[in-house]
Design a protein around this ligand. Structure first.
Ligand code: ZN
Length: 114
């Protein structure tokens, strides 16, 4: 988990992968929860789609929080350029990281938006 957090702080989103089950595992675990074999860390893809989203206003700035399906892994993150956001819209993970107090964030942008 420490290695995962260090990579996340450097902007690399890594998940666990079980080569026996061919399953992506999130949050990352050293052992597969299905077959108990040791997993391997793999860099996750950056493209996903919007499952659900919500707009809110914080200090006169619009913030869009969305649930993103990253090819089977669900992430909660923020989205910039909310024009044209729809359920099912393709998004790209453009920033990820962890703050010093351990809070993880994911930031996406809508693909194809201007
Ligand atoms: Zn497995």
């Amino acid at each position: 988990m420490r290695r995962f957090m260090n990579q996340l702080k450097n902007g690399t989103f890594v998940i666990s992968y079980c080569t026996a089950c061919r399953k992506k595992i999130w949050p990352p675990y050293e052992y597969c929860p299905a077959c108990y074999r040791r997993t391997s860390p793999v860099t996750a893809g950056k493209i996903g789609k919007v499952v659900e989203f919500s707009r809110s206003w914080l200090e006169e700035q619009e913030v869009i929080v969305a649930l993103i399906d990253m090819d089977g892994i669900l992430l909660l993150g923020s989205i910039s350029e909310g024009q044209g956001i729809t359920i099912g819209a393709a998004v790209e993970l453009i920033a990820t990281g962890a703050s010093s107090d351990g809070k993880i964030y994911f930031h996406f942008k809508i693909l194809g938006s201007v």
